[in-house]
Design a protein around this ligand. Structure first.
Ligand SMILES: C[S@@+](CC[C@H](N)C(=O)[O-])C[C@H]1O[C@@H](n2cnc3c(N)ncnc32)[C@H](O)[C@@H]1O
Length: 247
């Protein structure tokens, strides 16, 4: 007689929003509260932002699966070692999650903002979604949290919004900015000086708003033209709203 195999666990990719714990959806809070295993990515030695957001929601008997990044900004994306080492890290992380799922345990993987919008969860999803039942719980993105706090209408009518990265080289950044009425520039912190210079060249600096740690306790929102900071924290972005005025 063969032993009965347990039903595999379910994978949940849970968006936990931009930082304010009140900006979690009801569904995210329910799934995090019921999950027997809660997995999250974090920088070595840090609590992990997504984990911090759900403090107080995780069930008392839940097991936490901490997935420490091997590095964050120490190796630049342009370095060939970046992709090789990150791929190996995500393989190991996915295997650790698959072990739990294979044993019949549900796993909720936390992700800041929305899990499928530049979220680390995606790399787990890529590796496991075709093997296990998977549910993605959308989250409020950092950019919508930030523009809500800044009170900045971003797009009107048929405006186009470009979502760009501060890591892009100047020329490409300028070209993309020119092709859209409004833009959000993510990963601003280490690239602030370059972003300010490009926006000035394009004549769009006066409208740009710089947001650090939007919706979190240490939030800072300033006009980019009025701050002389050349660098900022990881959790920062620049909003470039439309010039189209109200009807
Ligand atoms: C890996 S992406 C994560 C995006 C996230 N999944 C989302 O839906 O917005 C990280 C970048 O998001 C931006 N970010 C995330 N949270 C933020 C916050 N609370 N305030 C400002 N920027 C934030 C920063 O630009 C940061 O470099």
């Amino acid at each position: 007689m063969t032993a009965e195999r347990s039903k595999p666990g379910r994978l949940f990719g849970v968006g936990v929003g931009p930082g304010d714990p009140d900006l979690l959806t009801l569904k995210a809070a329910r799934i995090v509260g019921a999950a027997p295993v809660v997995a999250f990515f974090a920088k070595k030695g840090r609590t992990g932002n997504a984990r911090r957001i759900v403090e107080g929601l995780i069930g008392p008997d839940a097991q936490e699966l901490r997935l420490d990044y091997p590095f964050t900004t120490e190796i630049p994306v342009s370095d060939p070692r970046y992709h090789a080492q990150m791929a190996a890290f995500y393989d190991t992380a996915a295997a650790a999650i698959a072990d739990r799922l294979g044993a019949g345990t549900d796993v909720a993987v936390l992700c800041e903002g929305d899990p499928l919008f530049y979220g680390s969860y995606m790399y787990v999803h890529d590796r496991l979604a075709d093997r296990f039942e998977t549910t993605v719980v959308p989250g409020i993105t950092a950019m919508s949290g930030c523009w809500g706090r800044a009170g900045t209408p971003m797009t009107r009518g048929d405006d186009m919004l470009a979502v760009l990265s501060g890591t892009m080289e100047e020329e490409r950044l300028a070209a993309r900015l020119a092709s859209a009425e409004a833009a959000v520039i993510m990963k601003a912190g280490r690239n602030l000086k370059k972003i300010r210079a490009v926006l000035e060249q394009c004549g769009r600096l006066d409208r740009a708003v710089y947001v650090e740690r939007g919706t979190m306790e240490e939030e800072r929102i300033v006009s980019l033209a009025e701050t002389s900071d050349d660098t900022g924290p990881y959790f920062s972005l620049v909003l470039v709203p439309t010039t189209r005025m109200t009807v």
